[in-house]
Structures are given as C-alpha cells and as structure tokens.
Write a protein that binds this ligand. Structure first.
Ligand SMILES: Cc1cc2nc3c(=O)[nH]c(=O)nc-3n(C[C@H](O)[C@H](O)[C@H](O)COP(=O)(O)OP(=O)(O)OC[C@H]3O[C@@H](n4cnc5c(N)ncnc54)[C@H](O)[C@@H]3O)c2cc1C
Length: 251
C-alpha cells in the first residue's frame, strides 16, 4: 500500500495489545511490540501519525494523541464518530495481534507553566491532550477546563488541582452546534492575573474560540494555543489544507 502524506521519519511498527471502551464513544487501544523498543520516553500528550488502511486499499495518515505511556506500551483514545473514516474504523475493528505503522511522535503542546491561571477548552478529540495537560498542572494551579462530550455517559473522572474546575458540556452534534464551547466560556468568571489558554476542537468551534480569546479577551499570541483537530464534512486530508489556508488568512 502507498502512504499518502506520511511524515519524513520512517514509521515504527506497533502491535495492538488490548482495547476497551473508556466511555461509550471513546475507545482506548493499547499499542506495543517492536515499535516500543525505539519509541522515545515521556511522550504522553505528544501526537502520533497512524497509518490506517482506507477503502481504496491505500494508507491514510491520521493524527492522534498519546494518552499515556508505559515502558512497554502507549494508549491511544479514539472518538468513535459515525461519519466513517479510516482511523475510527480501524480502531473499532482492531484486534489484539493486529499491527499498524505509527509515525512521529510530534511535540506535545503544554500550557505555559508560569501563568497566573489556566483555561483549557476542547471537544472529545482533545480530551486526551487536555487530560495530559491537567495531569501536568502544578498543585497550586487555578482555572477551568471546559470539555465538550457527545453524551453525559462520556464524562470521564479526571483528578485536578484543588482550585481547578472542570465544566462538562454535552454536545451530541459537534461542528453542527459550534457555539456551545464559546458560550460556556463566556459564562465563566475571568480570574485575576495573567492566563494561559489551551484549546482544540472542531474547526468552526475553533474559529469562534479564537475570535473570543483574541477580540473579546484581548489575549496575545504567546498566551494562546488554539488548534483545529478536525472539520465536520472533511477528512483529515481535506482538513489539513483548510487549516493551512485559515492560518495564512489569520496571519
Ligand atoms: C494534534 C491532533 C491530535 C488529535 N488527537 C486525537 C485523539 O487523541 N483522539 C481522537 O479521537 N482524535 C484526535 N484527533 C482528531 C482526529 O485526527 C480526527 O478526528 C480525524 O479526522 C479522525 O480520522 P478518521 O479517519 O476517523 O476520519 P476522517 O477520514 O479524517 O474523516 C471522515 C469523516 O469523519 C468526520 N470526522 C472526523 N473526526 C470526527 C469526530 N471526532 N467526530 C465526528 N466526525 C468526525 C469528518 O468530518 C469526515 O466527514 C487529533 C487531531 C490532531 C490534529
């Protein structure tokens, strides 16, 4: 099969060790085997490029977060969406012993550690990265995470610093209803001091969050990480192009 859009470093071969549902719409696949022998340590929160077979018998490269890493394995959490797609289909059908090529890892995006308070926001695709970020927060951290999930049963128990709150928002139609995250953020009190913001979600929601943070909150580029992780109606290949065009237009 011919890779399309693969990263330059050669991918490693991983083997599916196990899989189980974390919640109804989030499937955890544990990968290990040969690839772990050379996979760098401490990559929780980093992204990897999964080489998934597509319906044309070729390879589609899809981006996922390393949710957790142990000496012999990494966990990757897949949102089980019903729009089809090589990665979600691969995960749903994966069986222990299956192999997959994995590119990367690429750098993790962590909130700036020296802020006065922290604001994280995202949908289920960002939940692995948000969880990793929360785990890395200092014990004195203040702030919020606003996390959109497909249903109440997709809420995950996350342990947080004492003065850090999580607001769960239910959105069965992310992308179609792209106001929910930003509307929820508008209801939260703005805390004192200098914030650092981390957010990732569907493209339309991302644009609304970005406008809110820049225009309404007056945040500067160095206080803000806003990323689009997927786009309703576009495969990752199409989304990649639209994301690039959007970034050029935004400047
Ligand atoms: C840095 C980064 C890290 C990411 N980490 C994760 C992660 O840990 N877990 C995770 O689940 N996703 C993650 N994503 C998002 C994931 O890469 C996309 O959702 C990807 O498009 C899924 O590929 P696919 O093959 O299933 O669908 P594609 O072939 O890309 O798309 C097929 C169709 O499905 C739709 N679609 C894609 N994703 C979703 C979705 N989540 N909900 C509803 N419809 C969708 C598309 O709009 C399209 O119509 C991450 C993205 C980035 C950029």
């Amino acid at each position: 099969m011919k890779p399309s859009g693969a990263r330059r470093s050669p991918p490693r071969s991983f083997t599916v060790l196990a899989k189980h549902n974390i919640t109804p719409n989030m499937l955890r696949v544990t990968l290990g085997g040969e690839g772990m022998k050379t996979f760098p340590a401490d990559q929780s929160g980093a992204y990897v490029k999964l080489h998934c077979p597509n319906e044309e018998g070729q390879i589609s490269v899809r981006t996922y977060t390393v949710r957790a890493q142990r000496d012999d394995a990494i966990d990757v959490d897949f949102v089980l969406h019903d729009h089809g797609g090589p990665a979600s289909r691969w995960a749903a059908n994966a069986q222990p012993g299956d192999t997959i090529n994995v590119g990367g890892p690429g750098p993790k995006k962590r909130v700036a550690p020296d802020a006065d308070w922290y604001l994280l926001a995202g949908d289920m695709t960002a939940l692995p990265a948000i969880s990793d970020n929360i785990e890395a927060l200092p014990e004195h951290a203040r702030g919020y995470a606003v996390i959109e999930v497909l249903g109440a049963e997709d809420i995950q128990p996350l342990s947080t610093p004492a003065h850090f709150d999580i607001k769960w928002v239910i959105n069965p139609h992310p992308g179609d209803n792209s106001d929910l995250l930003v509307d929820t953020l508008r209801t939260l009190p703005w805390l004192s001091g200098r914030p650092t913001v981390w957010s990732a979600c569907e493209f339309s929601s991302m644009r609304k969050l970005r406008a809110y943070f820049k225009n309404e909150c007056g945040l500067q580029r160095n206080e803000l990480y806003v990323s689009s992780y997927w786009k309703l109606g576009s495969s990752e290949d199409g989304h990649r192009l639209e994301k690039r065009a959007d970034a050029e237009q935004e400047g």
